[in-house]
Design a protein around this ligand. Structure first.
Ligand code: FPP
Length: 261
């Protein structure tokens, strides 16, 4: 997407000593950045707070990540907010997260309108509590005609479940005679995933230092560059985003071959 360099310059004014906007090549901004937002609980516990305070603080980082992505001209920002495994957390934490997702989305709708951001979800949102599912559907409807950046929230998402769901769908079509097994190729499988129609992430950021994929976008991350930072999610700022993009631009991407594509 187009970058408004004046707005971008203002947004990145007063840089810290180690990074500035001049460190990134605006011609080579990744199209799709995905983030595993991790470390909210540790951030809160380090301050003697309840874990939920970390999630609340994480909302500010998320808003900043969305604004930063729009300013940098990304086509897609996706974030992992709640996995199919996260239901195992204490009920009060699950309830808080579900409520936080709903209230945050409602609060941020004006930002999505202002910035022309289109919402999308990865995961089974029909299985969410009614309040959350209703707000998510409302967000989808209200941003459906937006033509700017896509902001995708992975909620109740698990990559293996996503692939199994795609396999079931394809098997049904074969059984119904509407699809031939020999026509199933990588692009057909991609078209049945929650990410259908979106470019694969070029950069995956994971905060809080964990070196795991945690059942996230296993198919889509085949050639993605990983950037892991020890920074906990509530501390992740626009400058950290810039550091990640700079690191990405310093990588030599080979896609299994020998030369950069
Ligand atoms: C991981 O930290 C974070 C989550 C499971 C929830 C992510 C939610 C937010 C960032 C809040 C805002 C999000 C939206 C969509 C409004 P953790 O709890 O696993 O941290 P820990 O590893 O330190 O325990």
């Amino acid at each position: 997407m187009d970058i408004d360099e004046k707005k971008l310059g203002e947004y990145y004014a007063n840089p810290p000593e180690d990074i500035s906007l001049a460190d990134v090549d605006l011609e080579r901004i990744p199209h799709h950045v995905s983030i595993i937002m991790d470390g909210n609980g540790r951030w809160a516990q380090a301050r003697g707070l309840d874990r939920s305070e970390g999630h609340v603080a994480g909302v500010d980082s998320l808003r900043e990540a969305v604004t930063t992505s729009v300013r940098l001209g990304l086509d897609v920002l996706s974030v992992y907010a709640f996995s199919t495994e996260n239901w195992r957390r204490p009920q009060h934490e699950v309830d808080l997260l579900m409520h936080l997702f709903a209230t945050t989305l409602l609060n941020e709708l004006p930002l999505f309108h202002q910035e022309n951001v289109q919402l999308r979800f990865f995961g089974d949102i029909d299985a969410l509590p009614k309040e959350t599912a209703d707000v998510f559907r409302e967000g989808l409807a209200q941003t459906a005609d937006h033509t700017g950046m896509t902001f995708a929230l992975a909620v109740n998402y698990g990559s293996r479940a996503e692939i199994a769901r795609a396999a079931r769908e394809l098997a049904s079509e074969v059984a119904a005679g509407t699809l031939r097994p020999e026509d199933i190729d990588e692009s057909v499988i991609s078209s049945r995933l929650y990410t259908a129609g979106l470019p694969d992430p070029e950069l995956l950021i994971r905060t809080s230092g964990e070196m795991r994929l945690s059942n996230y976008l296993l198919w889509q991350l085949a050639y993605t560059e990983f950037y892991v930072t020890p920074t906990l999610w509530p501390d992740f700022s626009r400058w950290d985003f810039l550091r990640a993009v700079k690191a990405f631009q310093g990588r030599h991407r080979r896609f299994g071959g020998v030369t950069e594509r």
